[in-house]
Design a protein around this ligand. Structure first.
Ligand code: VGL
Ligand code: ZN
Length: 228
């Protein structure tokens, strides 16, 4: 019997990250929905836990360009609340405001997840992040300063998870940081490249070097069942 216990983390599959109408639409973002729905076939994949994450910002969130009088996709230096370290971060269009249409899960994915949540054939959870006003979150485990932690690690530990598979949006931000943190926490971590899309695909080489530095394996949907 295999000791492997796999979790699927579907990162930020929310309308605001999806073309054509999303406020922060990730190029080709809708293409990930179909393969992600395939992964939710429980006859084919042996998930022991499924987590869907939600970027969930208050409207005055510090990651929004307009709250600093700046243009989206410019950067700003942020100061660590305690030790004064400076971090340069991207400012975004207003996106995933709590309870807004744009914060909803992709319309094709929402009913499928709700069904999973209701049946609990596999322990299924939603994890919100980004709700503290004064800090950015990319990872579903913690804010970018590493000061506030979500319940994500606890869920994985309580379910005895050994392997984590990440999919969703965006390949170079939230999927990247969530995968890196999962790997750093000791989970054998795989990112499914064809189930993810980047805000800036031209930087994929650099993005993928970060995945590799942290030991995250980059695979595709067709390899997922075997890796479990
Ligand atoms: C994300 C930018 C801002 C993401 C979230 O889900 O990758 N990117 N907020
Ligand atoms: Zn965000």
């Amino acid at each position: 019997m295999s000791q492997t216990k796999s979790a699927l983390i579907v990162v930020d599959l929310q309308e605001d990250f999806l073309p054509p109408t999303g406020a922060l639409a990730v190029p080709q973002g809708r293409e990930v929905i179909d393969p992600i729905l395939q992964l939710l076939d429980l006859d084919k994949y042996n998930w022991k836990t499924i987590i869907a994450t939600l970027d969930w910002h208050p409207s005055d969130h510090t990651s929004f360009a307009k709250n600093h009088g700046q243009e989206p996709y410019t950067t700003k230096q942020f100061k660590h609340p305690h030790n004064g370290t400076i971090k340069e971060q991207v400012l975004w269009p207003v996106h995933c405001v709590q309870h807004s249409k744009g914060a909803e899960l992709a319309k094709e994915f929402k009913p499928v997840l709700e069904d999973l949540l209701q049946k609990q054939q596999v322990p299924t959870y939603t994890v919100k992040k980004g709700y503290l006003q004064d800090r950015e979150y990319y990872s579903c485990f913690q804010d970018t300063w590493g000061l506030h932690h979500t319940e994500c690690e606890k869920i994985l530990r309580e379910n005895g998870i050994t392997h984590v598979f990440t999919v969703g949006l965006a390949y170079d931000y939230c999927v990247l940081n969530s995968s890196v943190d999962a790997a750093d926490l000791g989970f054998q971590t795989f990112v499914l490249k064809d189930c993810s899309r980047a805000v800036d695909p031209s930087a994929n080489d650099k993005t993928e070097s970060v995945y590799r530095e942290h030991g995250v394996k980059i695979i595709n949907l067709q390899d997922a069942a075997l890796a479990q």
